[in-house]
Design a protein around this ligand. Structure first.
Ligand SMILES: [Zn+2]
Length: 373
């Protein structure tokens, strides 16, 4: 008898329940969740920055995901330092996108507050403190061995949300399990969009503390999680619990909430409405983070004003994800080589830009038809 061994790697998440099963009767065992990576894996099989999808999945599976509760915040359990589940952030006024844009102008450094989003100095008179209560957090790799990539999920809060929801006839256990799967996938999506996972660096002056960064990143993290959230209970239960997850997403702050619209518009799906291997919009977001500069800031301002209605300012040059076309003000396009970080070519007043043929010549579509640039 011959034994046929499948060469296909089996991926399993690393989930550690630091509460010792305290919430198991509602959310189930940590082990129940280890295979939800397989839904997310479909999205990353053709991955960003030409990385191998399996390698990226492997890296995601190495990130420890800790189930904790709020009593364990700021303590060390089994050698793991559990972060704070609550934090305050100083805002120096209502968010103002034009102020934000000014804050990205290096010549005005120090003059303006970061668009009202956050301020380190806290010297603005119309400031306010915003309180955040964390349901989960993705800790990116700081380069410090004591603080590697980690994910923390406050499972007691998940159980409470499921218990307090009265809008439909689902039982608490089904809701808690669906929400727990969703939250794990949301945090893994942050990891997936983390440039550090691809050994790439962020451009300066554009980090998670930036309001606009958060506004866009959270929407995509929710859209990916919604698309992949079959959870641990399968397709039928995912359909049943979807209205509960939708209500949860729509009750979240600005940015997060927009994830529902992105999901509903199939941002993670290909033209056949199946989970796509390629996510052009999210890949564009990755490149925006990678290429961030004054020009990109200007386009993000326009993007914000249109409430995510279009991502025309930056698009991939088809068949060559190393190159990206950025639309400058007044319809001007520039091709950027993402690896060399160099401008390749510039064209004025073209309506669209794409590549044709085997050699991927870059073609701009102008008013009088295609022009090779
Ligand atoms: Zn998030």
């Amino acid at each position: 008898m011959r034994l046929i061994i499948s060469k296909k790697p089996k991926f399993k998440l690393t989930i550690i329940d630091l509460t010792n099963g305290k919430y198991e009767s509602t959310i189930g065992e940590a082990l129940d969740y280890v295979y939800i990576i397989n839904d997310l894996k479909e999205i990353i099989s053709a991955s960003f920055f030409n990385e191998d999808g399996d390698e990226i999945t492997k890296k995601l599976c190495e990130i420890p995901i800790y189930f904790v509760d709020r009593l364990q915040s700021n303590t060390v359990v089994d050698g793991v330092h559990i972060p704070d589940d609550e934090w305050n952030e100083y805002h120096c006024g209502e968010f103002d996108i034009d102020e934000w844009l000014k804050s990205k102008d290096p010549s005005k450094e120090g003059e303006v507050c970061d668009g009202g989003a956050t301020s380190k100095s806290g010297k603005h008179s119309n400031g306010r403190i915003e309180h955040h209560d964390r349901l989960a957090v993705y800790v990116s790799d700081s380069g410090d061995k004591k603080e590697p990539r980690q994910i923390f999920i406050w499972v007691d809060k998940i159980v409470e949300i499921a218990e307090h929801d009265t809008n439909n006839g689902l039982n608490v256990e089904d809701k808690a399990k669906a929400l727990c799967s969703f939250v794990i996938l949301h945090e893994l999506s942050h990891a997936l969009m983390d440039l550090g996972l691809y050994s790439k660096s962020y451009k300066s002056n554009f980090t998670y503390s930036d309001y606009l960064y958060r506004y866009i990143e959270e929407a995509y993290a929710n859209a990916i999680a919604l698309t992949c959230n079959k959870g641990i209970q399968g397709d039928d239960k995912a359909c049943e619990t979807l209205p509960f997850i939708r209500d949860f997403v729509l009750s979240q702050p600005e940015g997060y909430r927009d994830g529902w619209r992105l999901y509903d518009n199939g941002v993670c799906l290909n033209t056949d409405r199946k989970i796509g291997e390629f996510l052009p919009e999210i890949e564009q977001w990755m490149y925006v983070k990678f290429l961030f500069d004054d020009y990109v800031a200007l386009h993000l301002r326009d993007f914000y004003n249109n409430k995510l209605n279009g991502l025309n300012f930056v698009k991939l040059v088809k068949d060559n994800p190393k190159e990206v076309a950025v639309k400058h003000p007044y319809g001007k396009w520039t091709i950027l080589d993402c690896q060399k970080m160099q401008f390749i070519n510039t064209a004025d007043q073209y309506d669209d830009i794409c590549t044709i043929g085997k050699d991927s010549d870059i073609v701009a579509i102008g008013k009088n038809g295609p022009i090779l640039i």
